[in-house]
Design a protein around this ligand. Structure first.
Ligand SMILES: [Zn+2]
Length: 195
């Protein structure tokens, strides 16, 4: 017996094949009085709208060092990242950012101000990073991280970072840390996965 390797999806596939209400195969077309292609059910009339996903994370700072996690999962396995991940239903952006920090680094933090808001339209995502103060050097990285470690600014592994939203947020942090003034940065980048 052979089994096929599981197909890897990141994130979950967006297009639906069947109506989640009645199970009929969906058509992709522009509904009346709309201007975008949607997944439409011709049987029960449901229109399955899709909207951007939010990624929430933190810039965790401990004294003069920044906490980074090494990814133990695809995509960008082995690369260093700020703790971040997809926001869950029923939580706020702040709660999601704290949860991701706990899950990926096991770090105790005090959440600070919202720091970067990054639109990534081609990836259908918006990324939010908060500043955070790490209150204890004890780290307990979870299964999504192979390690978690503190980096001085001069030791940040710029060529080994996971996503462009992470590297650009870190670049803003390093620059703003020189003056100690941390304005909110809102910008867009076409594709989060490149550096
Ligand atoms: Zn249906």
């Amino acid at each position: 017996m052979t089994s096929q390797a599981p197909t890897f999806y990141f994130p979950a596939p967006r297009a639906q094949k069947y109506c989640s209400l009645c199970g009929t195969q969906l058509s992709r077309r522009v509904p009346p009085e709309d201007n975008r292609v949607r997944d439409v059910c011709d049987q029960c009339g449901a229109i399955h709208y899709q909207n951007p996903r939010n990624v929430v994370g933190v810039v965790p700072v401990y004294g003069d060092r920044i906490l980074l996690c090494r990814r133990a999962i695809e995509p960008r396995l082995g690369k260093w990242t700020l703790p971040a991940g997809f926001m869950e239903l029923g939580e706020t952006t702040a709660q999601g950012a704290m949860r991701e920090t706990q899950e990926e680094a096991g770090a105790q933090i005090e959440l600070g101000q919202l720091y970067t808001i990054i639109d990534v339209p081609q990836a259908e995502q918006v990324h939010f990073f908060y500043l955070a103060k790490v209150v204890s050097p004890a780290l307990y990285p979870g299964p999504e991280s192979s390690e978690a470690a503190f980096f001085r600014v001069e030791d940040i592994p710029w060529n080994e970072l996971s996503f462009r939203t992470v590297s650009s947020t870190l670049r803003h942090y390093v620059e703003d840390a020189r003056t100690g003034v941390f304005p909110v940065h809102h910008y867009d980048i076409p594709d989060a996965e490149s550096n």
